[in-house]
Ligand binder design. Structure first.
Ligand code: KIV
Length: 273
Protein backbone atom coordinates (compact mmCIF):
# COMPACT_ATOMS: atom_id res chain seq x y z
CA UNK A 1 0.00 0.00 0.00
CA UNK A 2 1.19 3.57 -0.68
CA UNK A 3 2.39 6.01 1.98
CA UNK A 4 -1.11 7.46 2.06
CA UNK A 5 -2.68 4.00 2.30
CA UNK A 6 -4.55 2.46 5.15
CA UNK A 7 -1.79 0.02 6.08
CA UNK A 8 0.08 2.82 7.85
CA UNK A 9 -2.69 2.85 10.44
CA UNK A 10 -3.13 0.42 13.32
CA UNK A 11 -5.53 -2.28 12.19
CA UNK A 12 -8.43 -3.72 14.20
CA UNK A 13 -6.41 -6.96 14.41
CA UNK A 14 -3.53 -5.07 16.01
CA UNK A 15 -5.91 -3.40 18.46
CA UNK A 16 -7.26 -6.84 19.37
CA UNK A 17 -3.72 -8.04 20.06
CA UNK A 18 -3.30 -5.24 22.62
CA UNK A 19 -5.48 -7.19 25.09
CA UNK A 20 -2.44 -8.10 27.16
CA UNK A 21 -0.19 -5.11 26.50
CA UNK A 22 -0.06 -1.39 27.23
CA UNK A 23 -3.51 0.18 27.73
CA UNK A 24 -5.21 1.18 24.47
CA UNK A 25 -5.55 4.97 24.13
CA UNK A 26 -8.75 6.12 22.38
CA UNK A 27 -10.49 9.45 21.87
CA UNK A 28 -13.32 10.71 19.72
CA UNK A 29 -12.72 12.93 16.68
CA UNK A 30 -15.28 14.44 14.33
CA UNK A 31 -13.25 16.81 12.14
CA UNK A 32 -10.02 16.89 10.13
CA UNK A 33 -8.17 19.43 12.34
CA UNK A 34 -9.05 17.58 15.55
CA UNK A 35 -8.02 14.25 14.01
CA UNK A 36 -4.67 15.81 13.02
CA UNK A 37 -4.11 17.05 16.57
CA UNK A 38 -5.03 13.76 18.29
CA UNK A 39 -3.66 11.13 15.90
CA UNK A 40 -0.09 11.16 17.25
CA UNK A 41 -1.22 10.33 20.79
CA UNK A 42 -3.89 7.72 20.15
CA UNK A 43 -4.17 4.08 19.10
CA UNK A 44 -7.80 4.44 18.02
CA UNK A 45 -9.94 7.41 17.02
CA UNK A 46 -13.71 7.01 17.16
CA UNK A 47 -16.03 9.07 15.02
CA UNK A 48 -18.72 8.74 17.68
CA UNK A 49 -22.39 9.50 17.21
CA UNK A 50 -21.90 11.69 20.30
CA UNK A 51 -21.23 14.28 17.58
CA UNK A 52 -25.01 14.77 17.51
CA UNK A 53 -24.90 16.34 20.97
CA UNK A 54 -21.38 17.75 20.90
CA UNK A 55 -21.39 19.38 17.43
CA UNK A 56 -25.06 19.69 16.50
CA UNK A 57 -26.64 20.56 19.85
CA UNK A 58 -29.07 17.62 19.72
CA UNK A 59 -30.56 16.28 22.96
CA UNK A 60 -29.40 12.72 22.30
CA UNK A 61 -27.76 10.59 19.61
CA UNK A 62 -31.12 9.34 18.29
CA UNK A 63 -31.45 11.86 15.44
CA UNK A 64 -27.93 11.28 14.07
CA UNK A 65 -28.06 9.92 10.50
CA UNK A 66 -25.87 7.66 8.41
CA UNK A 67 -25.06 10.59 6.11
CA UNK A 68 -23.84 12.67 9.06
CA UNK A 69 -21.59 9.81 10.22
CA UNK A 70 -20.19 9.32 6.72
CA UNK A 71 -19.49 13.04 6.26
CA UNK A 72 -17.60 13.23 9.57
CA UNK A 73 -15.90 9.88 8.95
CA UNK A 74 -14.49 11.25 5.68
CA UNK A 75 -13.32 14.41 7.42
CA UNK A 76 -11.52 12.44 10.15
CA UNK A 77 -9.86 10.14 7.63
CA UNK A 78 -8.25 13.19 5.98
CA UNK A 79 -6.47 13.97 9.26
CA UNK A 80 -5.26 10.52 10.37
CA UNK A 81 -1.95 8.83 9.60
CA UNK A 82 -1.53 6.14 12.27
CA UNK A 83 -4.57 5.56 14.48
CA UNK A 84 -7.19 2.92 13.79
CA UNK A 85 -10.36 4.82 12.76
CA UNK A 86 -13.76 3.49 13.82
CA UNK A 87 -17.07 5.08 12.76
CA UNK A 88 -20.23 4.65 14.83
CA UNK A 89 -23.28 3.12 13.17
CA UNK A 90 -26.11 5.51 14.12
CA UNK A 91 -29.45 4.59 15.65
CA UNK A 92 -31.68 2.76 13.17
CA UNK A 93 -28.89 1.82 10.76
CA UNK A 94 -28.21 -1.71 12.07
CA UNK A 95 -31.02 -2.91 14.35
CA UNK A 96 -33.61 -3.92 11.74
CA UNK A 97 -31.76 -6.85 10.19
CA UNK A 98 -28.24 -8.16 9.71
CA UNK A 99 -28.60 -7.58 5.97
CA UNK A 100 -29.45 -3.89 6.32
CA UNK A 101 -26.67 -3.56 8.91
CA UNK A 102 -24.28 -5.05 6.34
CA UNK A 103 -25.40 -2.64 3.59
CA UNK A 104 -25.01 0.38 5.87
CA UNK A 105 -21.65 -0.79 7.24
CA UNK A 106 -20.41 -1.27 3.66
CA UNK A 107 -21.42 2.32 2.87
CA UNK A 108 -19.47 3.54 5.90
CA UNK A 109 -16.34 1.58 4.99
CA UNK A 110 -16.45 2.35 1.27
CA UNK A 111 -17.36 6.03 1.49
CA UNK A 112 -15.09 6.99 4.42
CA UNK A 113 -12.18 4.55 4.05
CA UNK A 114 -12.27 3.91 7.81
CA UNK A 115 -11.04 0.68 9.45
CA UNK A 116 -14.11 -0.55 11.35
CA UNK A 117 -17.60 0.28 12.57
CA UNK A 118 -19.00 0.35 16.10
CA UNK A 119 -22.48 -0.66 17.11
CA UNK A 120 -24.25 -0.77 20.44
CA UNK A 121 -25.89 -3.87 21.92
CA UNK A 122 -25.35 -7.10 23.82
CA UNK A 123 -26.68 -10.61 23.20
CA UNK A 124 -29.27 -9.32 20.74
CA UNK A 125 -26.54 -8.06 18.37
CA UNK A 126 -24.39 -11.21 18.26
CA UNK A 127 -25.89 -12.54 15.05
CA UNK A 128 -25.40 -9.20 13.30
CA UNK A 129 -21.79 -8.83 14.45
CA UNK A 130 -20.99 -12.40 13.35
CA UNK A 131 -22.63 -11.69 9.96
CA UNK A 132 -20.59 -8.50 9.43
CA UNK A 133 -17.25 -9.85 10.61
CA UNK A 134 -17.62 -13.04 8.51
CA UNK A 135 -18.04 -10.73 5.49
CA UNK A 136 -14.97 -8.55 6.04
CA UNK A 137 -16.31 -5.78 8.26
CA UNK A 138 -14.43 -5.34 11.54
CA UNK A 139 -16.77 -4.45 14.40
CA UNK A 140 -16.18 -2.75 17.75
CA UNK A 141 -18.92 -3.69 20.22
CA UNK A 142 -20.47 -1.38 22.85
CA UNK A 143 -22.16 -2.65 26.02
CA UNK A 144 -23.09 -1.35 29.48
CA UNK A 145 -24.65 2.10 29.29
CA UNK A 146 -25.85 2.40 25.69
CA UNK A 147 -26.73 6.00 24.77
CA UNK A 148 -28.88 4.90 21.79
CA UNK A 149 -31.18 3.15 24.30
CA UNK A 150 -31.76 6.32 26.30
CA UNK A 151 -35.54 6.15 25.85
CA UNK A 152 -35.96 2.52 26.92
CA UNK A 153 -33.35 2.80 29.70
CA UNK A 154 -35.06 5.89 31.13
CA UNK A 155 -32.01 8.17 30.89
CA UNK A 156 -28.25 7.99 31.16
CA UNK A 157 -27.26 6.17 34.33
CA UNK A 158 -24.47 3.84 35.31
CA UNK A 159 -25.22 0.12 35.25
CA UNK A 160 -24.28 -2.99 37.20
CA UNK A 161 -25.95 -2.03 40.49
CA UNK A 162 -28.66 -4.70 40.67
CA UNK A 163 -28.32 -8.49 40.36
CA UNK A 164 -30.37 -8.35 37.17
CA UNK A 165 -28.06 -5.76 35.59
CA UNK A 166 -24.96 -7.71 36.63
CA UNK A 167 -26.33 -10.89 35.04
CA UNK A 168 -27.28 -9.04 31.83
CA UNK A 169 -23.87 -7.38 31.44
CA UNK A 170 -22.10 -10.69 32.10
CA UNK A 171 -24.15 -12.29 29.32
CA UNK A 172 -23.61 -9.32 26.97
CA UNK A 173 -19.85 -9.28 27.54
CA UNK A 174 -19.54 -13.01 27.01
CA UNK A 175 -21.68 -12.85 23.84
CA UNK A 176 -19.97 -9.84 22.23
CA UNK A 177 -16.51 -11.03 23.32
CA UNK A 178 -17.05 -14.22 21.33
CA UNK A 179 -19.05 -12.75 18.42
CA UNK A 180 -16.14 -11.79 16.19
CA UNK A 181 -15.89 -8.19 17.46
CA UNK A 182 -12.23 -7.13 17.74
CA UNK A 183 -12.83 -5.21 21.00
CA UNK A 184 -15.72 -3.92 23.07
CA UNK A 185 -16.46 -0.51 24.57
CA UNK A 186 -17.91 -0.86 28.06
CA UNK A 187 -19.60 2.31 29.26
CA UNK A 188 -20.84 3.52 32.65
CA UNK A 189 -20.35 0.19 34.42
CA UNK A 190 -19.37 -0.44 38.04
CA UNK A 191 -15.73 -1.31 38.60
CA UNK A 192 -16.01 -4.87 39.94
CA UNK A 193 -18.11 -5.96 36.97
CA UNK A 194 -15.90 -4.17 34.41
CA UNK A 195 -12.88 -5.89 35.98
CA UNK A 196 -14.58 -9.29 35.94
CA UNK A 197 -15.63 -9.13 32.28
CA UNK A 198 -12.25 -7.69 31.24
CA UNK A 199 -10.61 -10.77 32.75
CA UNK A 200 -13.12 -13.21 31.31
CA UNK A 201 -13.47 -12.21 27.63
CA UNK A 202 -10.86 -12.81 24.90
CA UNK A 203 -10.95 -9.31 23.33
CA UNK A 204 -9.90 -5.96 24.81
CA UNK A 205 -12.38 -3.90 26.80
CA UNK A 206 -12.24 -0.15 26.20
CA UNK A 207 -13.73 1.64 29.18
CA UNK A 208 -15.61 4.91 29.45
CA UNK A 209 -16.76 5.30 33.02
CA UNK A 210 -15.87 1.66 33.60
CA UNK A 211 -12.74 2.00 35.79
CA UNK A 212 -9.03 1.57 35.28
CA UNK A 213 -9.48 -2.22 35.08
CA UNK A 214 -10.33 -2.08 31.34
CA UNK A 215 -7.73 -2.83 28.66
CA UNK A 216 -8.06 0.69 27.25
CA UNK A 217 -9.86 3.97 27.83
CA UNK A 218 -11.92 6.31 25.67
CA UNK A 219 -13.34 9.76 26.35
CA UNK A 220 -15.24 12.24 24.23
CA UNK A 221 -12.44 14.68 23.30
CA UNK A 222 -14.63 17.75 23.69
CA UNK A 223 -15.46 16.63 27.26
CA UNK A 224 -11.88 16.09 28.34
CA UNK A 225 -10.73 19.33 26.68
CA UNK A 226 -13.45 21.39 28.36
CA UNK A 227 -15.03 22.33 25.02
CA UNK A 228 -18.45 20.79 25.71
CA UNK A 229 -19.96 22.23 28.83
CA UNK A 230 -23.66 21.30 28.59
CA UNK A 231 -23.19 18.30 30.87
CA UNK A 232 -20.10 16.64 32.34
CA UNK A 233 -20.54 13.02 33.44
CA UNK A 234 -18.76 11.95 36.64
CA UNK A 235 -16.34 9.75 34.68
CA UNK A 236 -14.91 12.66 32.66
CA UNK A 237 -11.62 14.17 33.73
CA UNK A 238 -11.02 17.66 32.32
CA UNK A 239 -7.47 17.92 30.99
CA UNK A 240 -8.02 21.53 29.90
CA UNK A 241 -10.65 24.27 29.90
CA UNK A 242 -10.56 25.19 26.21
CA UNK A 243 -14.15 26.46 26.33
CA UNK A 244 -13.17 29.10 28.90
CA UNK A 245 -10.01 29.94 26.95
CA UNK A 246 -12.06 30.44 23.77
CA UNK A 247 -14.28 32.86 25.70
CA UNK A 248 -11.23 34.83 26.84
CA UNK A 249 -9.83 34.96 23.28
CA UNK A 250 -13.18 35.99 21.75
CA UNK A 251 -13.58 38.68 24.43
CA UNK A 252 -10.11 40.09 23.65
CA UNK A 253 -10.92 40.11 19.91
CA UNK A 254 -14.24 41.88 20.50
CA UNK A 255 -12.58 44.50 22.68
CA UNK A 256 -9.84 45.19 20.05
CA UNK A 257 -12.33 45.42 17.18
CA UNK A 258 -14.46 47.91 19.12
CA UNK A 259 -11.44 50.00 20.12
CA UNK A 260 -10.03 49.81 16.55
CA UNK A 261 -6.73 48.30 17.82
CA UNK A 262 -7.32 45.27 15.56
CA UNK A 263 -6.39 45.01 12.72
CA UNK A 264 -2.99 46.60 13.34
CA UNK A 265 -0.44 47.60 10.68
CA UNK A 266 1.06 44.08 10.50
CA UNK A 267 -2.35 42.66 9.52
CA UNK A 268 -2.96 45.29 6.84
CA UNK A 269 -2.07 45.26 3.12
CA UNK A 270 -0.35 48.41 1.82
CA UNK A 271 0.19 49.24 -1.81
CA UNK A 272 3.66 48.05 -2.91
CA UNK A 273 6.06 50.88 -3.75
O1 KIV B 1 -20.44 8.21 20.52
C1 KIV B 1 -19.42 8.15 21.22
O2 KIV B 1 -18.65 9.11 21.32
C2 KIV B 1 -19.17 6.90 21.93
C3 KIV B 1 -18.10 6.91 22.97
C4 KIV B 1 -18.49 7.75 24.10
C5 KIV B 1 -17.70 5.54 23.37
O3 KIV B 1 -19.82 5.94 21.71
Amino acid sequence: MSAAGSFQRLSPTQIRAMKSGTPIVCLTAYTTPMARLLDEYCDLLLVGDSLGMVLYGLESTIAVTLDMMIAHGKAVMRGVAKSCVVVDMPFGSYQESKESAYRNAVRILQETGCDAVKLEGGEEMVETIAFLTARGIPVLGHIGLMPQQVHTAGGYRSVGHSDGEVAKIRRDAEAIGNSGAFAVVIEGTVEALAREVTMSIPVPTIGIGASVACNGQILVSDDMLGLFNDFTPRFVKRYDELGKRIGVAAGAYAQEVRSRTFPADEHTFKRRA
